[in-house]
Structures are given as structure tokens and as C-alpha cells.
Design a protein around this ligand. Structure first.
Ligand code: GLU
Length: 510
């Protein structure tokens, strides 16, 4: 037999923005598919019309465009097994519901929500199954005649799968191994509703995985409880032989490790849980996204890949291609992965360091232009080389480098009190003279000359250098002092020292 082509699908429901855990699920699907030379498919599971949120499908597409994880088949791209949106596949599902009814693997139930509620009140832990279906209004208890009349009168009904009790169901999971359960614990789940002529998630999911030739179902652990029912449906539809293999991924946990990561954790601790910003169309509420917070897509991918999977070595930085090579389900953890936003920031920092100074400069230039600052890319690249070690996000570049482009307008008060003494103005005035006489303004040369002047005059090294930094930067921060003055040039250096003298040693200050 020829080896089947690996085909995986990411199957979100368009019920709002994509949670970061969903992004990780999709990423693992992608990594596995590409490693096997297979296909990565997007299928939109929109059969639950009551939970539909407009804009979510576009949001999902845009998120993957940004991340750089292209689908081989999708609603937008099409493909040989479309349509890829379940709401457009009604007829297909109807046909399979019909087959299940014909083979008596399913039956029609007429119980109204009120009747079901009453039953639940009367019987604690009521479950619609082999032990109770005989007491309900369905095609197993009603006569053919009665059922036909109800349908002719357009009574709403549902189709339920008929689970036979005491059968062994095996879910073969690539992460968890074989999970065996007894069918008696399952209930006769609704697989179709006449009200909207749509199947429920369970049936649509199984039918599509089969028809789309899905070989591996890789999804979140929250779907593990549904897997036995899915296996059951595969059997009853006669598809047991071509059943996909399962992998249920561990949860993403709160940073504290107790329970599932939620949007509220993000709000509480100040980090996004969505890949892109999301504007809730109903409430008008805006939620931040990784993109808008300044994360690089490569950093998000690398970070998520190692949340629940580990390479077995201490390598932490992986390109997407390296992840494709290295990924395996054997190295996926069974237990949840604690979400650590500091790690995400660390990754972003690493990916910033990976960019060349020139690349970063080009990305930074528009910010400078907006501020009316005109400098060469060359010079910006040199400045970036000096500050990028301190930057986790590109948006921090300005804060870390503004003093290269603008003289300070204020001086940090605490530093001024501590570093700008009675005699500082005099020393700075002398330093201006030292600077004026310099013909070579390289950092090295400055350092030699200035230090010599300090020593020759018996001045305090720390005192002078700290005062100089205050004059040039306005704050006790920044890279090597002489590297800064070299870049801003002699004229500007002198001007800034004079400016500090004028401001900090005004008669009023004395
Ligand atoms: N529509 C389900 C979801 O929203 C898909 C679960 C699965 O992958 O089977 O996650």
C-alpha cells in the first residue's frame, strides 16, 4: 500500500478572536504537516449559528497571514475538498445523517426543551442514553405513524446517535497513548437539528475529517472527551479503517499554574492573549494583540512552539524550518504548560538582536521622520548597534536612543542633586575647553584626553563622568559616554554641556 499523504486541519469556530492556545494548536498542526511533506488545511466550523461572531473568520485568516503560516487549502484559497466552511456543506451532512438513521445507528427525538428540563429535574444526573431513551419521545418509542405525523406537522426534532452500552472504545492518542473507555458513560449526543437544518459539531467534524482525507487530528485537550464519540461515529459510518490518528495537546496554564489561561489573566497581568488586536463588535471592547504590542511573528512562533513541546536539548532559538525538522509528538508534554510572558519578551529581544542594525534602522526611520528628525540610515544603524541590547520591543528604540537625536530639555532631578555640585559648573566649563581643543573626536581619543585632563587636575573620575552624562543625556542611562559624544559630534557635545551649565547652575540654583 502506498503511504497516504499527511493531511491535517485547523478547525476553529468563528466565535470571536483566536486565543493564543488556538494559535499554538495550529502551529503544531503546521509543523507536523510540513515535516511529513503534507497539507495544512483551514476549515471553518460554523454550524453553531448562535455563537457566530461576525469578523472572526477574517480575523483568523489575518492572524495566520501575519504569523507566516500559510494554509494549503482554506475557504479563501479553495482546494480539492471544499467547500471549507461547514455552513456551505449542509447537504453533505444531511446525507450522512440519513445513512446513520437508515442503519439504525441514530434515531429522531422530539422531546422539547421543556420536557427535557422536567426530566432533568425529576432524575438527578439524567443522561439521554440506553437506560433512559425508552422513556422519551423518539422514534424508538413512538409508532412509525406517530413519528411521521409529527414530522409532517413540522414539529422540530433532533437526531441523536444511538450509543450501545458496554462496548469498548479505544482512542489512540499520539501524546497520551491508548485511552480506553466504556461506551456506557457516553450519552446519545445530538448530531443534527431540524430547526436550522444543520449538524452539530460532532457529526460535521467527523464527516469532514473523513471526506477531507484528514490523517491526523491535532487539537486541544478540551476535545479529548469528545474523541470516544467521534471514534464511535467513524465506526458507525463504516470508516474505521481510515480513521485519523489523534493528538490532544496539553492546556496552556495560567502563569501561576493553576487552571487554564484565560483572557482575564491577560487583562489582570497586562499581556495579550490574542495574536492580533480584536474589536468586539457587540461590546465595542478592544483587546490588545501580540502584533500591536510589538511582538515579531517569528518570536511568537518560537515561544509558542516550546510551550508544551521541547527539543530534548537546551536549544531555545529555532527558525520555523528548524522547528519543522525538530518537532515530534513524543516530546510533547502530557501536562499543561505554564504561560510565561517574560519568556515571550525574551524571545522578542532575541529576534530583535537577530536583525541587522541596518534592518532595524530602516524599520525605525519612519518613527524618526514623524518626529521631524532627518538622519542617514547609516548613522541610525550605528546608534541602534549601541542600544539594541537594552530593547525588548522596537517601540522602545526611541526611549533608548532619543538623546542621540535631541538634546535633553530637562535633567533628572535626583541625579542633578547628587551629581551636580557647587564646583561642577566650573569643571564643565574647563571640559568645554578640553573638547574645543580636540581635533580627533573618536571615542577612544576623547577618552584618552578627558581622562588625562581629569588625572592631571586631580579631579574625581566618577564625579566628572556622571555630570557629563547628565549634561549630554539628561538621565543616568545610555551606552558608553564617549560613544554617545562621538556620534552627536563635537559641536553638539559642547552645546549640551553649556546648556546644562546654564540650566543647572543658574544663580537661582546656587
Ligand atoms: N471547532 C472546534 C474548535 O473550535 C474544532 C475542534 C477540533 O479540532 O476537532 O476548536
Amino acid at each position: 500500500m502506498t503511504q497516504q499523504k499527511t493531511r491535517v486541519r485547523f478547525a476553529p469556530s468563528p466565535t470571536g478572536p483566536l486565543h493564543i492556545g488556538g494559535v499554538r494548536t495550529a502551529l503544531y498542526n503546521y509543523l507536523f504537516a510540513k515535516q511529513q511533506g503534507g497539507d495544512f488545511i483551514l476549515r471553518i466550523e460554523d454550524t453553531d449559528t448562535s455563537r457566530f461572531v461576525p469578523g472572526s473568520e477574517e480575523y483568523i485568516q489575518q492572524a495566520f497571514d501575519w504569523l507566516g503560516l500559510p494554509f494549503d487549502e482554506s475557504p479563501r484559497k479553495g482546494g480539492a475538498y471544499g467547500p471549507y466552511k461547514q455552513s456551505q456543506r449542509r447537504e453533505i451532512y444531511k446525507e450522512h445523517v440519513h445513512r446513520l438513521l437508515e442503519s439504525k445507528a441514530a434515531y429522531i427525538a422530539f422531546d422539547t426543551p421543556l420536557e427535557l428540563d422536567a426530566k432533568r429535574k425529576e432524575t438527578p444526573n439524567f443522561q439521554y442514553d440506553a437506560s433512559t431513551r425508552g422513556q422519551m419521545r423518539n422514534t424508538l418509542t413512538l409508532s412509525r405513524e406517530e413519528a411521521r405525523t409529527l414530522i409532517e406537522r413540522k414539529t422540530q426534532y433532533v437526531v441523536r446517535v444511538k450509543i450501545e452500552p458496554d462496548k469498548e472504545i479505544v482512542v489512540d492518542d499520539m501524546i497520551r497513548g491508548k485511552v480506553v473507555i466504556n461506551s456506557s458513560v457516553l450519552d446519545d449526543k445530538v448530531i443534527y437539528k431540524s430547526a436550522d437544518e444543520l449538524p452539530t459539531y460532532h457529526l460535521a467534524n467527523v464527516v469532514d475529517d473523513h471526506l477531507m482525507r484528514i490523517t491526523h487530528v491535532i487539537r486541544g485537550e478540551e476535545w479529548l472527551p469528545s474523541a470516544p464519540l467521534h471514534v464511535w461515529l467513524y465506526r458507525k459510518l463504516g470508516w474505521k479503517k481510515s480513521m485519523p490518528r489523534f493528538a490532544h495537546l496539553p492546556l496552556l496554564l495560567k502563569p501561576e499554574g493553576n487552571g487554564k489561561l484565560s483572557k482575564r489573566d491577560g487583562d489582570r497581568l497586562g499581556f495579550p492573549v490574542f495574536p492580533l488586536e480584536w474589536n468586539n463588535p457587540a461590546s465595542g471592547e478592544k483587546s490588545s494583540g501580540y502584533r500591536e504590542e510589538g511582538y515579531l511573528p517569528e518570536a511568537v512562533i518560537n515561544f509558542l512552539a516550546l510551550l508544551g513541546w521541547n527539543p530534548g536539548t537546551d536549544q531555545e532559538l529555532f527558525t520555523l524550518d528548524e522547528l519543522v525538522q525538530a518537532f515530534s509528538f513524543e516530546r510533547c508534554s502530557k501536562s499543561g504548560a505554564k504561560f510565561d510572558i517574560e519568556k515571550a519578551k525574551w524571545y522578542n529581544h532575541q529576534y530583535i538582536l537577530k536583525m541587522t542594525n541596518h534592518e532595524l534602522a530602516e524599520r525605525f526611520l519612519p518613527t524618526l521622520e514623524e518626529k521631524g528628525i532627518a538622519v542617514s540610515t547609516e548613522k541610525v544603524a550605528r546608534i541602534i548597534g549601541l542600544v539594541k541590547e537594552r530593547v525588548h520591543f522596537e517601540k522602545e528604540l526611541w526611549e533608548q536612543s532619543s538623546f542621540f537625536f535631541e538634546a535633553p530639555t530637562t535633567y533628572d532631578e535626583k541625579t542633578a542633586r547628587k551629581r551636580w555640585k557647587e564646583d561642577t559648573a566650573g569643571h564643565m566649563q574647563q571640559l568645554i575647553e578640553v573638547y574645543e581643543s580636540m581635533d580627533n573626536f573618536s571615542a577612544n581619543h576623547q577618552e584618552t584626553i578627558v581622562k588625562k585632563w581629569i588625572n592631571d587636575n586631580g579631579l574625581n573620575m566618577g564625579g566628572i563622568m556622571n555630570a557629563l552624562r547628565l549634561a549630554i543625556v539628561g538621565e543616568p542611562k545610555g551606552p558608553g559616554m564617549f560613544l554617545i559624544t562621538e556620534l552627536i559630534g563635537k559641536k553638539e557635545t559642547v552645546r549640551r554641556i553649556q546648556g546644562a551649565i546654564d540650566t543647572l547652575s543658574r544663580p537661582a540654583n546656587k
